[in-house]
Design a protein around this ligand. Structure first.
Ligand SMILES: *Cc1c(COP(=O)(O)O)cnc(C)c1O
Length: 389
């Protein structure tokens, strides 16, 4: 496929400025309704609610600009924008699995994705198997005659495990199974799953796509056929739409997507280098580091490493680790990521963390998100705080 014209997509695509006074920035069309002069016009709009503004739950012109840009970024025929990443993920999953169907999902996927597949959908007759995503053969073993969906998240956002996207997409196609991937970590800047044979891409746009820690949003990108079907079923029925105001904020955030993701990835690489040499660090987990377990797969399918990394701290007890976290001043302690500000999220903050439970995340794992600050300032903050361990 031809190289994406990112500059055109981010600056101009979908923006028909002559329709709104040649304003450079698009308007927020803050309306629920659109009106018609004749019955014939109304009837015709009602027949094509996805394409023509009729009611904002279906189509809103501010959201449509966003929809076109997001689809183009992922190299998809079309896209849908949702009120949250979870709204997008649940609509995408429910568009594929019905009563009696089976789904395969990678382990350590986003928590609410995991509970959707392993708990929430069970009473509706959907079963699922969680597999080790790093081992492609484990997907093949889990396939049953009723398997309709393989759900990937590569890399996932805490333990940063990658899956061989192309190999798994090929396996799924062979068995007539639909594939969905959560591409929030890499964004369309660093990874293009549709080119690797994946059927549907979902994102939490609350992360890099929004990019300023001020909106909750989600997207689905896929073929026109799948998106049309999803529109008239899950999208219109469940109604988890984005507001025009939040769509506008996401459009604004997208202007700098390329710059932000590059800066975040470059600074993360510098910080990884610093941490890997530090005596208080037991292990650094980062897909583009030289010590990463599956760096060949990561480098094959990702353009850059992104801004999330996890470290295991050489601490004997939780209080030592907590004093490291508490003494950071340039990293804010918070969940989420993908904004301008650097963040830290320690596993010990999870109420259920158990030092002896083999299934839970390692207790000494700390996730860092590298934002847009000067990398040297962040390194100095880490250096001082690590002395507290
Ligand atoms: C945050 C996140 C989600 C959920 O998205 P929301 O916008 O919070 O609903 C899903 N997947 C990943 C990888 C995430 O980081």
């Amino acid at each position: 496929m031809a190289k994406k014209d990112l500059s055109f997509i981010l600056n101009h695509l979908g923006e028909d400025r002559e329709n709104y006074f040649n304003a450079i920035a698009p308007p927020v069309i803050q309306t629920s309704n659109f009106c018609f002069k004749t019955v014939a016009d109304m009837r015709s709009a009602l027949g094509q609610e996805f394409e023509v503004p009729f009611y904002t739950r279906g189509n809103n012109p501010t959201v449509t600009i966003l929809r076109k840009k997001i689809a183009a970024l992922e190299g998809a025929e079309d896209a849908l924008i949702f009120a949250s990443g979870c709204a997008a993920i649940s609509a995408a999953v429910m568009s594929i699995v019905k009563s009696g169907d089976h789904a395969i999902c990678v382990k350590n996927a986003y928590g609410w994705t995991n509970s959707l597949l392993t708990q929430y959908l069970n009473p509706y007759g959907v079963t699922s198997t969680i597999v080790d995503g790093e081992n492609t053969a484990s997907f093949e073993k889990a396939i049953r005659p009723t398997t309709k969906l393989i759900y990937l998240e590569s890399p996932n956002s805490f333990t940063l495990e990658v899956q061989d996207i192309e190999a798994i997409a090929r396996l799924a196609r062979k068995h007539g199974i639909t594939t969905i991937i959560d591409n929030s970590y890499s964004t369309p800047i660093n990874q293009s799953p549709l080119e690797l044979g994946i059927d549907m891409v979902v994102h939490s746009a609350s992360k890099y796509l929004g990019g300023h820690s001020d909106i909750i949003a989600g997207v689905i990108c896929s073929s026109r056929e799948r998106v049309n079907k999803l529109f008239s079923e899950e999208f219109m029925t469940l109604g988890g739409i984005i507001s025009p105001q939040d769509a506008w904020l996401m459009l604004r955030g997208l202007r700098t997507l390329d710059l932000r993701v590059k800066r975040s990835s470059e600074s993360a690489a510098k910080i990884v280098e610093f941490l890997e040499k530090h005596p208080k660090i037991e292990e650094v987990i980062y897909p583009f580091s030289s010590t990463y377990k599956h760096r060949d797969i990561a480098r094959k399918q990702m353009k850059d490493g992104g801004g999330l990394l996890s470290v295991k701290i050489r601490a004997k007890e939780a209080p030592q680790l907590e004093s490291f976290c508490n003494s950071l001043s340039r990293f804010l302690m918070a969940c989420s990521w993908g904004g301008y500000e650097s963040l830290i999220f320690p596993v010990v903050a999870l109420p259920s963390t158990n030092k002896t439970d083999k299934n839970s995340l390692p207790w000494n794992l700390v996730r860092l998100y590298i934002g847009l600050e000067d990398a040297d300032v962040l390194i100095e903050d880490l250096r001082v705080a690590l002395e507290k361990v």
